[in-house]
Design a protein around this ligand. Structure first.
Ligand SMILES: [Ca+2]
Ligand SMILES: [Ca+2]
Length: 369
């Protein structure tokens, strides 16, 4: 570890006690051979760590009440609140971009799940028993693309605005005729859990737990609804990329974007993290089980919860579900309001979607000293 003034002996730096008290922003900047940690624009530590190749914010350790405190917009799966402790960690300040994901693919020739034909022997495990094998055409590579119907008849059947598009993948987000030219700074989408995991491991990082994600999204604020506080997403200056207007018919573009926005277009939260509300949903490492919060609430406090042992989702019992967080450019108060810090949703782990991406974290203790 290096001090900011010299490369001699390290200064003591206790991230946990320091940051819990200050609740202020820490930011990591990359140098040619060091990583500098800034606190309110002042260097507090420089670390020799060539493994860190991205801007990440240092999230302090702490305890908080996880889950929704207001029950107007909250769904049952956000309740009950329960006390959670989280260790310090580093988090990407923005969602993983197309440019970042392209680096990984260029280096490894990795093919995402959406780019590969569906393996029926594997896929049928996610279907009710005795589901007949579809024809080869239906097993071609593809992903789910937002494409609303004009004949919307309710807000329950999402097939009215989601369509399986053959040839849709991270390089072709709207289908085979689309591309990501000039979208290097937009978040990568059509990412399945295994894709996110592969990228994170290649980068020497990992996916956040759901508890880490919510703690980080709160940005040092106590018991607030959004990363910025309690002001409605509809009021004041645009705070995130969501669906302004009437979902899914009319988008007023009031926040500047109908679809995906490049990362970091709105104010960061108190921990220097951008787009923790909206733009793309972000994949967490936890399995999804709506009953899990009940389990945690039975304990006085849970130390770094890692999620349930497996998924549980009665509506689609054969399809493995992970947790996604933060909402997307499709969220709106009339529908899901998922830009709230406590909002959570089950995500089919092996199906890409045009509104879902991820960001990575790194354990604080893993930095070289
Ligand atoms: Ca928008
Ligand atoms: Ca997001």
């Amino acid at each position: 570890m290096l001090s900011c003034e010299s490369s001699s002996e390290s200064q003591d730096f206790d991230a946990a006690s320091c940051c819990i008290e200050s609740k202020n922003q820490f930011l990591i900047e990359l140098g040619s051979d060091t990583v500098t940690i800034l606190h309110n624009d002042t260097c507090v530590m420089a670390v020799n760590d060539l493994d860190v190749t991205r801007n990440m914010s240092l999230i302090p350790a702490g305890e908080f009440m996880m889950g929704a405190s207001e029950e107007v917009m909250a769904l049952g799966r956000e309740l009950p609140q329960h006390l959670v402790k989280v260790d310090s960690f580093y988090m990407d300040i923005h969602e993983v971009t197309n440019a970042q994901f392209a680096q990984f693919v260029n280096a490894t020739d990795y093919m995402t799940v959406a780019e590969l034909p569906i393996d029926w022997d594997e896929f049928k495990k996610q279907m009710p028993p005795d589901t007949p094998q579809p024809n080869d055409e239906a097993l071609q590579p593809g992903s789910m693309v937002f494409s609303p119907s004009e004949d919307l008849f309710n807000y329950i059947d999402y097939s009215q605005w989601w369509t399986w598009v053959r040839g849709a993948d991270w390089k072709h987000p709207e289908g085979p005729s689309s591309n990501i030219k000039d979208q290097g700074q937009s978040p990568v989408v059509h990412i399945c859990y295994d894709d996110a995991l592969a990228y994170a491991e290649w980068s020497g990082l990992r996916l956040p737990t759901e508890a880490e994600w919510e703690w980080a999204a709160r940005g040092g604020l106590n018991d607030k609804t959004y990363p910025w506080g309690d002001q409605s997403v509809e009021q004041g200056e645009p705070k995130c990329n969501f669906w302004t207007g009437v979902f899914p018919f009319k988008n007023t573009e009031q926040d500047g974007y109908v679809g995906l926005a490049p990362v970091m277009q709105y104010e960061s939260n108190g921990y220097g993290l951008y787009d923790m509300a909206g733009n793309v949903w972000e994949i967490c490492s936890d399995w999804y089980d709506e009953r899990y919060y009940d389990t945690l609430a039975a304990s006085q406090m849970t130390d770094n919860p890692q999620g349930p042992k497996t998924w549980h989702y009665p509506l689609e019992p054969y399809d493995p579900k992970r947790v996604i967080r933060g909402g997307s450019f499709l969220c709106n108060d009339s529908y899901c309001s998922s830009y709230r810090v406590s909002a959570r949703m089950p995500y089919s782990a092996s199906t890409g979607m045009s509104h879902t991406g991820f960001r990575c974290v790194k354990d604080f203790r893993n930095l070289k000293k």
